[in-house]
Design a protein around this ligand. Structure first.
Ligand SMILES: NC(=O)c1ccc[n+]([C@@H]2O[C@H](COP(=O)([O-])OP(=O)(O)OC[C@H]3O[C@@H](n4cnc5c(N)ncnc54)[C@H](OP(=O)(O)O)[C@@H]3O)[C@@H](O)[C@H]2O)c1
Length: 253
């Protein structure tokens, strides 16, 4: 990890859960981290709590599903920090929606899920690559926080829209890797696909049997995912960890 010390990382969704854990660890390892979130004040609180650590965390307000917000956030990075070396596309939202029974309100909820989980990844990756190229950063790294649901079709009803957004992340990660290979770029692309992780992702979503699911499912801690991020970043510059699937022991399909 030493080569990343003093380098700039953008982490989307740094205000809670997995993103908060990743941002914290990158600061501990000496990186200059820009944490994007809609609830910027939570990222600012985290930044304050990290005062005096090896690196530094800056809070920038952005909804990654909005083109203007993404452009402004990366402009902030360009103006204030110069370039970006690492992007962690972590921001994501869940949804519980039956595909055969949606109304207009539900369309809005799944649209927000699509904008964040898919367009957020597409737009942030593009802005990051543009900035890397502009600043001559040839060995950047883009890490997408995907899901095991990016790799199979869930048996659980209500989750298939989210399931589809994560399949999109799997395809977009590999598609981007192939484009970068074609362009003879050394920028690395990694997909990290966790199973169930203890976070607030299900807050505000009406999932039937939610308490039962939470009580009876093996579950990862956010640090377990962060460890995979560190493993991917720490690999030698000519080694690309393309995919990591990390699941709690005993997790069913
Ligand atoms: N928890 C799990 O079981 C699990 C399993 C596999 C994969 N994942 C993936 O892990 C990632 C992180 O989720 P989590 O479990 O840590 O959930 P979380 O605790 O709810 O955190 C989600 C983060 O994403 C941010 N976010 C959501 N929508 C955003 C938007 N439009 N623009 C900017 N930031 C946005 C939230 O910040 P604001 O609300 O402040 O904007 C928050 O910081 C997601 O991509 C999720 O799909 C989670």
């Amino acid at each position: 990890m030493d080569r990343w010390e003093g380098k700039v990382a953008v982490v989307t969704g740094a205000s809670s859960g997995i993103g908060k854990s990743i941002a914290t660890e990158l600061v501990e390892r000496g990186m200059i981290v820009v944490g994007l979130a809609r609830r910027m004040e939570l990222v600012q609180d985290l930044s304050n709590s990290l005062t005096g650590r090896k690196g530094k965390l800056f809070a920038v307000k952005a909804d990654v599903g909005k083109e203007d917000d993404v452009a402004e956030a990366f402009d902030w990075v360009r103006k204030n920090l110069g370039g970006v070396h690492v992007l962690v596309n972590n921001a994501g939202i869940g949804t519980y929606s039956l595909l055969s029974n949606m109304d207009r309100e539900e369309y809005k909820r799944v649209q927000a899920c699509l904008n964040t989980n898919v367009m957020g990844v597409v737009m942030c990756s593009n802005e990051a690559i543009k900035l890397m190229r502009e600043k001559g950063i040839v060995d950047g790294h883009i890490i997408n926080i995907n899901s095991v649901l990016g790799h199979f079709i869930s048996r659980r009803l209500g989750i298939h829209f989210y399931n589809a957004t994560k399949h999109a992340v799997t395809v977009l990660t590999e598609g981007l890797r192939r484009e970068l290979v074609e362009a003879k770029s050394k920028i690395r692309v990694t997909s990290i696909s966790p199973g169930f992780v203890l976070t607030n992702i299900m807050d505000g979503i009406e999932v039937p049997n939610r308490n039962e699911i939470m009580a009876n499912s093996p579950i990862l801690r956010t640090d377990d995912v962060t460890n995979s991020v560190i493993h991917s970043l720490a690999a030698p510059a000519d080694v690309q960890i393309a995919e990591i699937i990390v699941r709690p022991v005993g997790e069913e399909a």
